[in-house]
Design a binder for this molecule. Sequence first.
Ligand code: MG
Length: 166
Amino acid sequence: MNQGEAALVRVGQGWDLHRLIAGGPLRIGGIDIAHDRASQGHSDGDVVLHVLTDAILGALGAGDIGQHFPDDDPRWRGADSAVFLREALYLCRERGFAVGCVDVTVMLERPKIGPHRKAMVAHLAELLEVPSDRVSVKAKTSEGLGAIGAGEAVAAMAVVGLVLSR
Ligand code: MG
């Protein structure tokens, strides 16, 4: 182990998919991307913040985003998904853990994530309170296949590593 590197103690993963509907912009990873479709959801539909929230909750063994923020609760209608992520981070700190690193893959046919990747990584690093070299965002298309390939859906998956915070 490198000096200064904390041992990885917990791992969690998250997966989510949202329908894309007419409108825009498309919010992914806290960034509003100009597009003719938007992510449908009870909240702001930010699939990346949802998978990160689920991955952190998973690493903690603390249930899932739907248990903490039911989609039939009017409080979360149109909510900024950063609220969900901050609650997961609060639980994380409360239990003596901190985020070590996150790796996110976005599955989206268009628009391209590449031009927005740097802004997304910087924004996620700020939300997660980690240096940006602990945050990875990757993107894949679906080769024109299925709902994602038809531009009808956006999906994402994330893996989160937690370290001891004390
Ligand atoms: Mg979701």
